[in-house]
Each structure stands twice: as structure tokens, then as C-alpha cells.
Design a protein around this ligand. Structure first.
Ligand SMILES: Cc1cc2nc3c(=O)[nH]c(=O)nc-3n(C[C@H](O)[C@H](O)[C@H](O)COP(=O)(O)O)c2cc1C
Length: 187
């Protein structure tokens, strides 16, 4: 099973890096699988720490894919890394094992601290649509335009029927990015 989360990492200069990442759980460990090249991968290999943020603010997912990575953070409790202020829960990780791969290495991490900050508000179709839209944007270079347009048309239904202001804002950023891609504009 894969959980779509926001990972916060820190570089050797102490700068926070925020990125959407799907995590898995194996042998009681959290597994991170970033494709090369990746700032997240560089940071975790250099500092051996990371925070998994479980957030329902989908603007952070859409924002990270559209050049908006400056989200409010606060310090983690047991490691020298930031966590998202808007997370419903977070998990502080320490790297214990690296499975090397030229395309997509796997980083096995143990949990050193976990905290819950808010309750699960329930499923929302527009939030799921934004996450799917963000994944589409992360793959624009590999997908034909017809597939992107077909998926967008379906996801738009959930946006129209169930979005609040934050979801509409996030969706707008994704559409803007896709329209720029259609027009041949590089990010
Ligand atoms: C919901 C979601 C899940 C993602 N999961 C992964 C992942 O597991 N591995 C990965 O390399 N990129 C994943 N991406 C794409 C990265 O967030 C994006 O490519 C990012 O730029 C990675 O580069 P970075 O580590 O330099 O920030 C995901 C994107 C979204 C929207």
C-alpha cells in the first residue's frame, strides 16, 4: 500500500525542502522511493533524517509541483528537521538502510517520534482529484496530451461538485501549469 504524503527534509546548510512523496511500510520501517535526480534523496543521504507529514491541505501537493514550496513549518521534536505546521500527524524518521538503484533507490527509515495534531475530517473527492492532478503534472513529460485531457475532464467533475476554496485554488495552479505545458512553455 502506498500513502501519499508530504516529506520534509533538510539540506546540509539547514534549508528545509518540501516535496510530495508516496511512502510504503515494510518490516516495520517506512520506505521512501525517490526517482533520481532528487533533492529529497540528496538530503536524506546527507543528513539521514526526514519527516513524513500527513496533511489534508492539498495546496501543499499542488503547490510543490507548481513552484510554491514555501509553506509554514515548525521544528520536529526529536530530529533537526522541520515539519509542516498544517499536518494532521507527523512521523520523524532516521535512515537505517539504503537499497541502491540507478533509477529509484529505496530508503528504509525507522520512526523515532510520532505525533497527532488533528482529526481526520473525512474523505473529499475534490481533495483526491487535486492529488491525482498533481501526479499528472509530475508526469507531464511522459504522458500524451489526450490522456491528460481525458483525466482532467473526469477529475473536474469532483472539483465542480465538492471543492472548497483551498481545493479550487490548488486545482487552478495545476490547470495553469498544464495549459503552459500545452502551449510549450517550460516551467
Ligand atoms: C502525490 C504525489 C506522490 C509522489 N510520489 C513520488 C515518489 O514516491 N517518488 C518520486 O520520486 N516522486 C514522487 N512524486 C513527484 C515528486 O514530488 C516531484 O517529482 C519532486 O520534484 C521530486 O523531486 P525532489 O525530491 O527534488 O523534490 C510524487 C508527486 C505527487 C503529487
Amino acid at each position: 500500500m502506498i500513502w501519499e504524503t508530504i516529506l520534509t527534509t533538510v539540506d546540509v546548510q539547514g534549508r528545509t525542502h518540501i516535496t510530495p512523496l508516496g511512502i510504503r511500510e515494510e518490516r516495520g520501517l517506512t520506505v521512501l522511493s525517490p526517482f533520481r535526480p532528487s533533492g529529497t534523496l540528496d538530503n536524506v543521504l546527507a543528513t539521514r533524517i526526514a519527516v513524513v507529514n500527513f496533511t489534508d491541505d492539498v495546496r501543499v501537493f499542488a503547490g510543490a509541483l507548481t513552484g510554491r514550496r514555501d509553506w509554514p513549518v515548525c521544528p520536529a521534536v526529536k530530529i533537526g528537521c522541520a515539519r509542516l505546521a498544517a499536518s494532521l500527524a507527523h512521523r520523524e524518521l532516521e535512515l537505517v538502510e539504503v537499497e541502491e538503484d540507478e533509477v529509484r533507490p529505496r530508503l528504509f527509515c525507522r520512526t523515532v517520534h510520532e505525533e497527532v495534531h488533528g482529526s481526520f475530517p473525512g474523505f473529499n473527492r475534490a481533495r483526491s482529484a487535486v492529488v491525482e492532478g498533481a501526479i499528472l503534472v509530475s508526469r507531464l513529460h511522459m504522458l500524451p496530451m489526450e490522456k491528460i485531457d481525458a483525466e482532467l475532464a473526469y477529475l473536474q467533475i469532483a472539483i465542480d461538485k465538492t471543492a472548497g476554496p483551498a481545493e479550487r485554488e490548488a486545482w487552478g495552479w495545476l490547470i495553469e501549469r498544464i495549459d503552459a505545458h500545452r502551449a510549450g512553455v517550460q516551467p
